[in-house]
Structure formats: C-alpha cells, structure tokens
Design a protein around this ligand. Structure first.
Ligand code: DX5
Ligand code: ZN
Length: 226
C-alpha cells in the first residue's frame, strides 16, 4: 500500500537538560529527522518553555532542522516570526488561531512548512478543509502542556480518520504527526493507525541510550505503518 512513505522521528527537548541543549541536541542528531521544539506561553497551556529570543538561539545551534510546535495564544502574528527565524516547519494550534488560512499563508511566505495541531478534544472535522493546504497535521495524544504524560489511545480513531482523508488527496500528502506519550510501547499503535511522524520526548531523553531508543522507535514504526 504505502510502505515506502517516510517515517519521521522527532525528539522533543522538553525533558532534556535545558542548560546544555547544544549537547542534548547533538546526541540525537545523527539518527533523528527533526528537532521538535515545544513553545509554551503559560496562557494557551499552563506551562512556559522558551521566550522567542531563546528559541532563536536554539534554532541557530540545532544541528537538526527544527519542527516548532507553538502552544501559544494568538499564534497568527508570532508563527511567521518562527518561520523567519529559520524553523523548517512551524505548527500552530487550530484552537488558538484567529485566522487559520491567513496564518498558513504567512508561515509559508516566511519560508517554513506549515503544521496545524489539534488538541484531544478537537474533532478532525474542524480542520479537514485545511488539510490540502498544509504540510503536516499534528494529532495531540496528550493534553498539551507537559512531557511525560500517558499516551491517549482514544485519539486513534481521529488518526485513522485523518489518514483516510490524507490518502484520498490527489496532490502532495501532508505528514501525519502524533505528539505525546510516544514510546516503544505505544508507537506501534500510532503507526498502525496511520501516523508517520512521531514526537518522542521523555522516551528519548529519559533513556540511558537515546540513540538506540530512536533507532528502535523507527524500526517499530516502519514495521507497522502501511
Ligand atoms: C506536550 C508536548 C510534547 C511533549 C512530548 O505538550 O507538545 O511535544 O514534549 O513529550 P513526551 O514524549 O514525554 O510525551
Ligand atoms: Zn510538542
């Protein structure tokens, strides 16, 4: 069926050592696809990670292309700044955006790929009309805000629905990312459901061997994704 579709493993540095990020990113660079950079503003979610200036420093030191995940209020004006700062892709939350179509255009015109993320309580039907215009859909498999939470299997029907929609598109097919609780235990279920891009935070950075963990995650996902 779709065996050749690419699998992406994107480590999240949310649970890495924030004081030594250059080294933390270097550790996983050779075996990862993108660096997943979680931006939280303590408004859209009850947690704060990096100010814009600090994020720009991380984007500059990262040896991996950056997949920014903006968990912020009012992303419409800020998301394009992340694109301009050199992120490979910028994902904003559907629930937070005032003008989804305009924000898609503004990210793209600033040179980045475009992602839309939906929280566990948001139905796929809300975003289906945008799918053909974006590069990535992110189905959250935890409530956004914190690393280390349990994977929500109950989101898998949404992942299946999104995969069916994506596969029915004629043109380029956006990546289907799952974010939250991905581990060697949960990745197979997510891949079987149709995800081809996997964010892994604590599974990677709490592992004694992050490189081997990423390699294992990739192998498990490849074997289950069709
Ligand atoms: C959650 C973040 C996730 C998180 C994933 O709000 O968007 O990217 O870092 O971490 P784990 O893999 O530990 O759930
Ligand atoms: Zn994230």
């Amino acid at each position: 069926m779709n065996k050749s579709a690419q699998i992406f493993i994107n480590p999240s540095i949310l649970n890495a050592n924030f004081d030594d990020l250059e080294n933390e990113i270097s550790k996983v660079a050779a075996v990862s696809d993108f660096l997943h950079l979680d931006i939280m503003d303590n408004k859209f979610v009850p947690n704060f990670t990096f100010a814009f200036e600090r994020a720009v420093e991380i984007i500059k030191i990262s040896k991996l292309p950056v997949d920014a995940h903006l968990m912020i209020e009012n992303p419409d004006s800020i998301a394009p700044r992340y694109a301009h700062a050199g992120c490979a892709s910028v994902t904003f939350h559907y629930e937070a955006a005032k003008s989804v179509g305009q924000t898609i255009n503004d990210i793209r015109s600033n040179g980045a790929k475009v992602g839309i993320a939906i929280k566990p309580g948001t139905d796929f039907s809300k975003v289906e009309d945008f799918i053909a215009d974006i590069d990535m859909l992110v189905v959250m498999t935890v409530e956004p805000g914190f690393g280390g939470q349990a994977f929500m299997s109950q989101q898998m029907p949404k992942v299946r629905q999104a995969r069916e929609w994506i596969n029915s598109l004629n043109g380029a097919k956006p990546i289907l990312q799952v974010d939250g609780g991905i581990s060697e235990i949960t990745i197979e279920e997510a891949a079987e459901s149709g995800a081809n891009c996997f964010v892994a935070g604590s599974a990677v950075y709490k592992s004694n061997n992050p490189v081997a963990t990423i390699e294992k995650l990739r192998e498990l996902a490849k074997a289950r994704f069709f």
